[in-house]
Design a protein around this ligand. Structure first.
Ligand code: AHR
Length: 495
């Protein structure tokens, strides 16, 4: 018998929208993310504008990245923004204690970051320093960024070449305050949050969307304490969840050389995101039944050992078909929780962790994960369509996971998109989709797949894994049968 999954499109549309900000990215001052990734010197012979690589910018523009989180991560709570403005020669150097103890020359600061966001056509999401910074420092930074008036901060901004404010709105009040961001208890941080938040002022045209440090993984007590003490005095509460193939922070497992057990474990950890969101949301519901506070998953992705021979503090890892399947499944989970998840940030864009882009001097490659974001960009700001799905199991030994996951939306042109993932490494699965009375016709399809879950794109073979046209769809009446090969991500378009 053929293995089958069944899906039903809803008869009525929901009024929920999948926020484009779910497709956000994160770039920290870490390894070759900023320096050597986005920013290169004259020794790297590629087209650039003010030291920023245009090939990287163009690639990210193509997938419409909606926002970029910066400057950290752990780096954010040691960052002093005033050291990184003004003439380059006057900028203060510091040691990046979290990431390899390298010297940070602060040549990429506030102005450079906001120029990059404007080149990328995306919104900035800045994480402020709570761990080692003062309330005044954070308050001044916001004034420098957002006030259109006369003050010493705006004078300084103008002297540094920027007349008008940038109107930054996404604002992180610290990062991982339970760990590298100050080692605080939930109770202590929630009091600190309120104090910093009071002086994080809204200026005309720039109402801040303040995002509180949230839990890591299943720390439900953190969410409970924050919601109880801060309630709706925040725009969002963050959540961090990384998938470590071996499940431990020491030897995490190789990015390229792994067996089915580690493949299964990594996907299991990725799919655990659904339970995390469900349980954290249920706690939030008690204090915020109208769901005004967003859950902001501002760090997620696969975290493996670094590539052999590279600096362990630089977190440079390859990116496989496995990682693409995890990304596609996670984005389906976010779409299906769009009532609560309004923003998310994959860690970390270029050359760090589950990157979209890897560079080596002049060379650049797009990872399998990049192609998932390319496929899924159609869901951005589209109307959410809740699917009913039954999936066969992907069985490994005595353990199992749902082989298929999916999500759907309708865009402003009335086009329905369904993204389907088959994580089973061996079985082709027919997804039977009941379109009900929707009267839709198949328009186009695209697929990302590869023979082995360990397959990767390399600088020598950069296009081994990429999206190609997919036509394996049979239509009979109101039923579509989509043949999903093992290890595949498929996007179909109906109208
Ligand atoms: O993304 C790498 C690090 O992971 C971030 O700096 C920190 O927030 C998290 O622990």
């Amino acid at each position: 018998a053929q293995t089958e999954a069944t899906l039903e499109l809803p008869s009525k549309s929901s009024d929920l929208v999948i926020s484009r900000h779910i497709y956000g990215q994160f770039s920290e001052h870490l390894g070759r993310s900023i320096y050597g990734g986005f920013v290169v010197g004259d020794d790297v012979n590629v087209p650039k504008q003010n030291r920023i690589r245009l090939d990287v910018v163009d690639a990210l523009k193509k997938i419409k990245i909606p926002n970029l989180r910066w400057p950290g991560g752990c780096f954010a709570d040691e960052y002093h923004w005033r050291d990184a403005i003004g003439p380059l020669k006057d900028r203060l150097k510091m040691i990046n204690t979290n990431w390899g103890n390298v010297t940070e020359d602060n040549s990429f600061g506030t102005h450079e970051f906001l120029d990059l966001c404007s080149m990328l056509n995306c919104e900035p999401y800045i994480a402020g320093n709570v761990g080692s910074g003062t309330v005044q420092e954070m308050s001044n930074w916001i004034e420098y960024l957002n006030l259109d008036g006369e003050s010493s901060m705006t004078e300084m901004r103008k002297q540094n070449g920027r007349d008008k404010p940038w109107n930054v709105t996404f604002w992180g009040v610290g990062n991982e305050s339970w760990g590298c961001g100050g080692d605080m208890t939930a109770q202590f941080y929630s009091d600190q949050y309120k104090r910093y938040a009071v002086y994080a002022r809204d200026y005309p045209g720039a109402k801040l969307k303040k995002i509180a440090t949230g839990p890591t993984d299943d720390d439900y007590n953190w969410t409970q304490t924050l919601m109880k003490n801060v309630g709706t005095k925040m725009w969002g509460l963050s959540l961090h969840h990384y998938s470590l193939p071996k499940g431990s922070w020491g030897d995490k497992g190789s990015a390229t050389n792994f067996d089915e057990k580690l493949y299964f474990n990594t996907l299991k950890s990725g799919l655990f995101m659904d339970e995390l969101i469900t349980k954290h949301s249920a706690i939030m519901d008690k204090y915020d039944p109208k769901r005004n506070v967003a859950l902001v998953v501002d760090e997620w992705g696969v975290w493996t050992n670094v590539e052999p021979g590279t600096n362990p503090g630089f977190l440079y890892q390859q990116n496989s078909m496995r990682d693409a399947l995890l990304a596609a499944s996670t984005l389906n989970i976010f779409n299906n929780h769009c009532e609560r998840v309004k923003m998310a940030n994959l860690a970390q864009t270029v050359n760090v962790l589950q990157a979209l882009v890897l560079t080596d001097k002049e060379k650049m490659l797009l990872t399998p994960t990049y192609y998932v974001f390319d496929l899924y960009k159609v869901h951005q700001d589209a109307q959410y369509l809740p699917l009913k799905l039954t999936s066969p199991d992907y069985v490994f030994g005595t353990a199992k996971l749902p082989a298929i996951n999916a999500s759907a939306s309708k865009d402003k042109n009335g086009v329905t998109h369904i993204s389907l993932v088959n994580i089973d490494p061996l079985k082709k699965i027919i997804a039977k989709i009941d379109m009900g009375n929707a009267n839709l016709k198949f328009q186009n399809g695209q697929i990302l797949t590869s023979e082995k879950f360990t397959d990767i794109n390399t600088f020598e073979k950069p296009y081994k894994i990429k999206n190609v046209v997919f036509k394996n769809v049979k239509i009979s009446g109101t039923q579509l049968a989509v043949a999903l090969p093992p290890l595949s991500v498929v996007m179909i378009e109906l109208k």
